[in-house]
Design a protein around this ligand. Structure first.
Ligand SMILES: N[C@@H](CCC(=O)N[C@@H](CS)C(=O)NCC(=O)O)C(=O)O
Length: 223
């Protein structure tokens, strides 16, 4: 039996969370090594494990993959979550980049100064409700199907449900004006692998906090 993928990152969401979501949705069990100390990071560097001296890094199928997008591409393609045709892939790529941009705004929120936080929160809600969610709402409504692309579960759906949960943590009312997205959320939350990942005790991580920031600073020797 193939070895489980092993994820190297902090014990927190950050850039690795979408990888966790995608593996979980694909029904793939994985192991994690959490970086806590500078020494752990230096050992990975010394062993040549981190191509660009950065994490996320994932050991999978004898590869040591870095660059989040490359990791996600590999997992999506391997587990048939990356469309059936070149055109479907292009759509998936566009939808995924949209949710990646939205999640990027949220990912930095916790570490901003209080006055910046207020502005950032406003921007997150504005971008979600005026730029990104209307697009996914329309796609779902227009294609009249359960999924964004090709009438089957893809990486684009997995990333959209992740993004919806992240935005809702900031504003629980954010889906009120998006009926198709509300129905999408209910359906996706009932996909057995996703349902399992949403249960307490799964490898899903909580929102980042001071401890997450302190660990990252310690590991990367930053002030
Ligand atoms: N383009 C890379 C960026 C990775 C990245 O910036 N990782 C951070 C942790 S989230 C890191 O390792 N920072 C240390 C550094 O850049 O020296 C990706 O998408 O994976």
């Amino acid at each position: 039996m193939a070895e489980k993928p092993k994820l190297y990152y902090f014990d927190g969401r950050g850039r690795m969370e979408s990888v966790r979501w995608l593996l979980a949705a694909a029904g793939v069990e994985f192991e994690e090594e959490f970086l806590e100390t500078r020494e752990q990071y230096e050992n990975l560097l010394k062993d040549g494990y981190l191509l660009f001296q950065q994490v996320p890094m994932v050991e999978i199928d004898g590869l040591r993959l870095v660059q989040t997008r490359a990791i996600l591409n590999y997992i999506a393609a391997k587990h048939n979550l990356y469309g059936k045709t070149l055109k479907e892939r292009a759509l998936i790529d566009m939808y995924v980049e949209g949710t990646t941009d939205l999640m990027g705004l949220i990912r930095v929120h916790y570490k901003l100064a209080p006055e910046e936080k207020e502005k950032n929160l406003h921007l997150i809600i504005e971008r979600a409700t005026k730029r990104y969610f209307p697009v996914y709402e329309k796609v779902l409504k227009d294609n009249g199907q359960h999924f964004l692309v090709g009438n089957q579960l893809t990486w684009a759906d997995v990333q959209l449900i992740e993004a919806i949960f992240m935005v809702e943590e900031k504003d629980p009312t954010v889906l009120l004006q998006f009926p198709s997205l509300q129905a999408f959320k209910v359906r996706m939350s009932d996909v057995p692998t996703i349902k399992k990942f949403l249960q307490p005790g799964s490898q899903r991580k909580p929102p980042p906090d001071e401890k997450f920031l302190a660990t990252a600073k310690r590991v990367f020797n930053r002030k």
